[in-house]
Write a protein that binds this ligand. Structure first.
Ligand code: NAP
Length: 473
């Protein structure tokens, strides 16, 4: 350990992500100072990976002293109170113009508060979404930094060096001010929830409906992954399906308990969508699906009382279910991304972030968990029309969705008839049908509201009359 040499970048928190990012930065030739409250973790990292460009310490004072100025410090600690604690501990050690980055999955309003507090002290704070898991962090993540532009300029050479490289370029950009980066990362995770649930529903319909084995499903998904449905999550799914349990020889996935966990970013996405009045039913249904899955004991008890319909497919269903599922997966996925982009657009307007949706699609093209082939036309759509109100009406997607909708309806219809739950396929379809309907039954809703609560309504035939009330008795 030394404090004499000046290090170019500091990483505090040597957990899964912190250690991987520190090694990635050191790989790119930057001298990295590492800190952890348990310095033996740094020794372990050295023993395992031994990196000459990286030195560690358990003393925060020494860590800060090792860094060249303006200092660049990445916090990779558990989101929440730990970030505030670390910021408080660092504040007296820092100098004006130093930059602290929070790379965890923080709530964007906490990031707004933290950025303001540091700004008032003459310090810079960047809230940065990091996607790609441990592997991405180690070899090339997608990075979503938000905060002051001048602080981003100081970080840029390092972030560009470590980010994933895709055909669309380096997977990092300045997302916008204060909480913009963490907001975009949160929505990214919301989309991830929905996409994972779509894959789970596809697996379920084909497994239960057609009786396909894990290997047969992996074969099907391998073919799909060579076409327009290609995505990192599809690739992950087929790898999962191929894995055999060493002990029993069975597909390992069959031995995994069907109770999904979550860490909160999906819930935040839905909560903020309600606050902003932007529907994201695909993401909300995916969240509900995880919550319902957690009620395992109740489900087991209910399954004895509420019998399922017989699992008998018609010849047409047997012949077409796989191709219906392919088209439904693609179409519902487009609708999911459309909802997420719309939510970012609304927040960008609300908080004056000026987020470029085309840029988000570009930096999600590599490194991140939701990277997918469809991001290429999605980026094109937002490049042509940056204020596109909804992706589903874009020239890139409207004809594809129209073509795929019949298969999507068949998939949802068949699953529903068989009693196989497809919450994200069906809620995405309902969103699609609602959005493309010139007429919705909310005339009745408004009449009901006026009938019981005198909430007033507008007449189609007399718009100039404004809001009126009727006696409905
Ligand atoms: P992790 O392995 O649990 O590491 C968290 C680190 O924070 C540990 O080193 C922990 O130290 C430290 N820490 C916790 N409380 C602290 C405190 N009060 N003061 C100082 N250090 C503290 O978690 P991770 O997976 O690296 O995730 C870090 C952040 O990145 C989280 O916000 C997470 O949501 C986000 N993230 C994770 C992933 C992923 O795939 N894992 C992907 C993107 C973003 P101890 O070991 O001593 O408790």
């Amino acid at each position: 350990m030394t404090s004499a040499a000046k290090f170019q970048f500091g990483v505090a928190g040597m957990g899964v992500m912190g250690a991987s990012l520190a090694l990635n930065i050191a790989d790119r030739g930057f001298k990295v100072a590492a800190w952890d409250r348990h310095p033996e973790k740094i020794d372990e990292i050295h023993a395992k990976h031994g990196h000459p460009e990286m030195k560690g310490t358990g003393s925060l004072e020494e860590f800060v002293g090792m860094l060249e100025r303006p200092r660049r410090i990445l916090l990779m600690v558990t989101a929440g109170a730990a970030v505030d604690q670390m910021m408080d501990r660092l504040t007296p050690l820092l100098s004006p113009g130093d930059v602290v980055i929070d790379g965890g999955n923080s709530w964007f309003q906490d990031t707004q508060r933290r950025e303001k507090a540091y700004r008032e002290k003459g310090l810079h704070f960047i809230g940065m979404g990091v996607s790609g898991g441990e592997e991405g962090a180690r070899h090339g993540p997608s990075l979503m930094p938000g905060g002051p532009a001048e602080a981003y300029a100081l970080l840029r050479p390092v972030l560009e060096a470590i980010a994933a490289r895709a055909e669309s370029g380096l997977c990092v950009t300045h997302v916008g001010p204060d909480g913009a980066g963490h907001f975009v990362k949160m929505v990214h995770n919301g989309i991830e929830y929905a996409d994972m649930q779509l894959l789970a529903e596809t697996y379920d319909v084909l497994r239960r409906g057609l009786g396909l084995s894990a290997d047969a499903l992996a074969d099907t998904f391998t073919k799909w992954n060579e076409g327009i449905a290609e995505s990192f999550l599809l690739e992950t799914t087929l790898k999962v399906l191929r894995k055999k349990d060493a002990e029993t020889g069975k597909p390992l996935v069959d031995l995994v308990l069907d109770k999904a966990g979550q860490k909160g970013t999906g819930k935040w996405t839905v909560q903020v969508s309600l606050d902003l009045g932007i529907p994201v039913p695909s993401i909300a249904s995916a969240l509900d699906a995880r919550n319902l899955s957690a009620m395992k004991d109740e489900r087991v008890a209910a399954s004895a009382k509420l019998p399922a319909p017989p699992l008998t497919l018609t010849a047409e269903e047997k012949a077409n279910l796989i191709s219906w599922a392919h088209d439904a997966l693609y179409a519902a996925r487009v609708v999911t991304y459309a909802q997420g982009m719309r939510l970012i657009q609304a927040a960008s307007k609300e908080y004056h972030w000026n987020v470029s949706l085309a840029e988000m699609a570009r930096i999600w093209r590599g490194g991140c968990i939701i990277r997918a082939k469809l991001l290429t036309p999605l980026r094109e759509a937002f490049t042509q029309q940056p204020d596109l109100p909804n992706l589903i009406v874009s020239e890139a997607f409207a004809p594809v969705l129209t073509k795929m909708a019949p298969a999507w309806r068949q998939l949802v219809g068949t699953a529903t008839r068989l009693g196989i739950p497809v919450p994200v396929f069906s809620s995405s379809l309902a969103y699609f049908d609602s959005y493309r309907s010139a007429e919705l039954p909310q005339n009745l809703t408004q009449a009901q509201r006026d009938a019981f609560g005198a909430h007033t309504y507008q007449r189609r035939d007399k718009p100039e009359a404004g809001f009126v009330h009727s006696d409905w008795s």
